[in-house]
Design a protein around this ligand. Structure first.
Ligand code: CA
Length: 247
């Protein structure tokens, strides 16, 4: 029998996606649509089971419903981001329609992107693909090497960051934002420019996402994130990175 045409357009790399959702029907719907695109899908019905699975063998991406019994989705998000071994795992959050608060908190807790229920399967798959494309850069070998200045040390090859010798658990996007700042010091960038250059064109996020990530990055690298010296806010324009504050 001939293989259907669709077979050839499937994902060349068999990415493993963990779907965390307690409602079986929705889990099946997500699974069906991801498998149709060639992804390998694993399932977890609650946060604790998901975390155990991730620690045993990390997937390439998590699709995480925020409404879960037991450990809430946001708590799972927080625990993933707090563990340096798995902190850069891409997380696509699923939230209820119109829950602005969930979206904002989700991004603050380290989610990389979100879809709002009810979502179209096409949208979900597009966002999964976009996140994996971004994350793919993290696993490609680079020759960017090491950045060391004052109390900040960044290994661009392994995506590790140390502040005063202590290893920090940065989400992938926080790392990319930090890299951009370090490589483009002193220049002022608008939120839109940062979205373009750090998030890329296949982005679905709003400019205020930049503020959320800057805030999280400041918590990692500033001495006092209430009085930032490294990532400076340039009022009504955007942000500027001043590495001299590291000395
Ligand atoms: Ca749910």
């Amino acid at each position: 029998m001939n293989q259907p045409q669709q077979q050839e357009t499937r994902a060349p790399v068999n990415h493993r996606i963990l779907v965390v959702e307690d409602e079986g029907e929705i889990r099946q719907l997500i699974r069906y649509n991801l498998e149709r695109e060639g992804f390998t899908v694993e399932e977890a019905a609650d946060g604790a089971a998901a975390l155990a699975r991730i620690r045993r063998r990390a997937p390439d991406l998590i699709v995480l419903d925020l409404m879960l019994p037991g450990m809430p989705g946001l708590e799972l998000c927080r625990q993933v981001r707090a563990d340096p071994e798995i902190a850069s795992l891409p997380i696509l959050v699923v939230t209820a329609r119109g829950s602005e608060v969930d979206r904002v908190i989700g991004l603050e807790m380290g989610a990389d992107d979100y879809v709002v229920k009810p979502f179209s399967p096409r949208e979900l798959v597009a966002r999964v693909r976009a996140l994996l494309r971004r994350a793919g850069h993290a696993t490609e070998p680079t020759s960017d090497g090491l950045y060391e200045r004052g109390r900040l040390r960044i290994d661009f090859d392994t995506y590790q960051v140390w502040v005063e010798g202590e290893r920090k658990a940065l989400a992938l996007r926080e790392f990319e934002l930090l890299r951009f700042f370090v490589q483009h010091p002193m220049r002022v960038y608008t939120r839109e420019q940062l979205l373009d250059m750090v998030w890329g064109r296949d982005t679905f996020v709003e400019p205020r996402t930049v503020d959320v990530h800057v805030r999280r990055l400041r918590q990692h690298i500033e001495r006092d994130d209430a009085n930032p010296r490294l990532i400076l806010t340039v009022r009504s324009v955007g942000y500027r990175f001043d590495p001299s504050a590291l000395d």
